[in-house]
Design a protein around this ligand. Sequence first.
Ligand code: PHE
Length: 456
Amino acid sequence: MTKKITERASFGSKLGIILATAGSAVGLGNVWRFPYMTGENGGAVFILIYVICVLLLGIPCMISEFIIGRHGQSNTARSFRLLANGTPWALVGYMGVLTGFLIMSYYAVVSGWCLQYIWASLVGHLQGDPEYFKTYFAALSGDPVKPVIWTVVILGMSYLIVEHGIRNGIERASKMMMPTLFILLLIIVAASCLLPDAGKGIEFLFKPDFSKITSDVFLGAVGQAFYSLSLAMGALCTYASYFTKYTNLTKSATQIAVIDCLVAILAGLMIFPAAFSVGISPDSGPSLIFITLPNVFQQAFSAAPFVGYIVSLMFFVLLSLAALTSLMSLHEVATAFFEEEFHTTRKHAAIVVTTTTIVIGAFCSLSLGATDTLTFFGRSLFSWFDFITGQIFLPIVGFLTCIFIGWFVDHQVVRDEFTNWGELRGRFFHLYIFLVKYVCPLAILLIFLHQLGALN
Ligand code: PHE
């Protein structure tokens, strides 16, 4: 036991911890899901409620996962098991690992599309009328071979990083990729906000129209906060097991949440001003990024096509970086699990995870058009994965994690982790416990019931 703890890897610096964990949080959820959710749910008012959800629900849940992971100093399943003392609460950890693993498979497929779009922008294939972009995307997602190849490529990249371990792999890669992502983001925001009529887009993002608040807006915001902060999928718990005993959990959670919100809002500032400047409606749903956006960039910069070319290329590089840093955090969840539970090497574990994900990912991808045999009850395998993980497992794991920490685990253990064994004052401890005990589980229960249709 002692051997295991002393040998366990850890992040090398505070900056490394923040960038790697923010890398997990900042992903397709910020650049792809957040803008279309904002577009569909009334703009500024959604953002406002979203930020409140992140503060009141996201941060406490994030701290809870950090507490479990750092206390356990091991993969998510074992970390829960250690605190569960032989009770079935241990199952929540296993469910977290399973959720992370399943999400990884279809997340890899979408990440693969991003790589294809880098290639397409590079060779100038992203040019044409709006109909062309639609057909292009439909042809890509329905293709039996191409997306599978790109899935293999992105998982291969993630494998190479994860295989190198925490400091030399994940931390080093995050320190390179995250700053690049921020720079690209700022450049595109500037280009987009300088377009004529960009002001309308900015107004849409920042001027709340309170008449637009509905229960959907509220529940959409809670769901988005969970997804975007990488909660309830074992990722934060696993990363926290590599934190040091000096890491201030509350401060780190707050910093990561702020970065995540900032990137989401900047992503909005990258997309909406450009969309409004050419009069394209930003509420087109999930297809916003792959269909609407290339068209928006092309039209918005039609006076200077080269700028349009560069912006579009930079955008898909940014998207792929965001996807890869999230993907590798999911990769780490399953790799740490296999490595520690089956007593094997990191390399071996990472190979098993990569291969299994490629196989499941390939089936997900094929279910999107290449074959009908992978459609069950009118839903493709891809969409089943999305549904089961995002709408069923995620809220259940999130809910149970809060109940576990709030009601079951000895509060002295929680307090010790919260205050770094008395080093920190822990001024917000009572507030944190209150939120985790009552507010978070209730809010999660509400979205869950709403998603199941019980509250409609
Ligand atoms: N938070 C990521 C995003 O915003 C998604 C994700 C969830 C990544 C869970 C890792 C773990 O895209």
